[in-house]
Write a protein that binds this ligand. Sequence first.
Ligand code: 2IT
Length: 445
Amino acid sequence: MELQKIMAHLEAKHSGENEYLQAVREVLVSIEDVYNAHPEFEKAKLIERLVEPERIIIFRVPWVDDKGEVQVNLGYRVQFNSAIGPYKGGLRFHASVNLSILKFLAFEQTFKNALTTLPMGGGKGGSDFSPRGKSDAEVMRFCQAFMNELYRYIGPEIDIPAGDIGVGGREVGYLFGQYKKLTRDWSGVLTGKGLEFGGSLIRPEATGYGGLYFVKEMLAVKGLDIKGKRVAISGFGNVAWGAAKKATEMGAKVITISGPDGYIYDEQGVSGEKIDYMLELRASGNDICSPYAERFKGAVFVPSRKPWEVKCDIALPCATQNELNGDDARCLIDNGTLCVGEISNMGCTPEAIDLFVEHQMLYAPGKAVNAGGVATSGLEMSQNATHLNWSADEVDAKLHAIMHNIHEQCVKYGTEPSGYVNYVKGANIAGFMKVAKAMMAQGVV
Ligand code: 2IT
């Protein structure tokens, strides 16, 4: 593989799509040696095919706000790779959404889904619609307008969307209702549904829970225990909530959460009713975390800063891409942080990752450590397909087993001669090999 040539070509063809190019480069650097050991991949132009989505759908989403004014947003679905199963991945509703971000997410999703061991291809979609400050009725009308176009391209054996930033249980409910209305088809076409209509127990918690199961295994490799450790979390949405719940349950102390407005430092620990309060904060629709400090005495709100400056043993980015940069990484390293679990997608910049690896820190990339969310979506699909509901314990046990397996795959492909486990390399190679073999077997399609 001529890495520089491939990247130069992609940069010229997709100039300005920085997140997408960043995600592709990270994977290609990791798999270069393995790829070169398989000349048949080169002959089949596997990389050239793998880095381009199979299909991108872009559409207009017109809707009417509460004042009676017409609003127009853009809707997208990136159907990246269907070699190992139907496209699977979330929808993101956020003002920052653009094609580069959704292409990076769908590309990452392809390898993440391969790691789960379940038969799911990679996809992602969303809109530049901002749910911030919108009424419930506006969110419903927007979701219906979005589905009025998307329904043509999805289906339980074609493409199964779910939630991501800005898309939670409420939005999935509205999207599902409109899909059903348009198609008269009651099937598991979205995951993350309500428990009353085909949703799975543990799905809301799954991304955070899975992340902590993985972190626990990483620590165990070094003979460390999570009990009593100080954990810095960013974000306060669904992922941060699940991570805080499980970290606390495991005996760790969560000392930060954050929002676009700054971070909360709570030396007494974000636990008990404070974790429930995160749901209330999210439901307010304001996308700020500062009210936490008014509600809970002893907690401090630090405006316009990130939680990585607080001394912690474990750092868990749970917010969004590139939220932890080189300076933040240096701060964590100086403070003696042991482990970074990137539960957000591509939460760390390439500079931060290089620093972690250089310092031989325990660092796990999103596609491994956050795969519990989509894995449990896969379990929801299984339940829907068999018209059954599994108990919380059953789902949790399966989630646990899947995270254990992903950790093992990372160790298998990522252990360096020094004994250091490079989880980035391990996750990328393991995910890539599965997708590559499936693509090779299916010919040039
Ligand atoms: O990034 C992710 O893996 C998700 N947002 C979850 C996707 C899913 O299909 O459950």
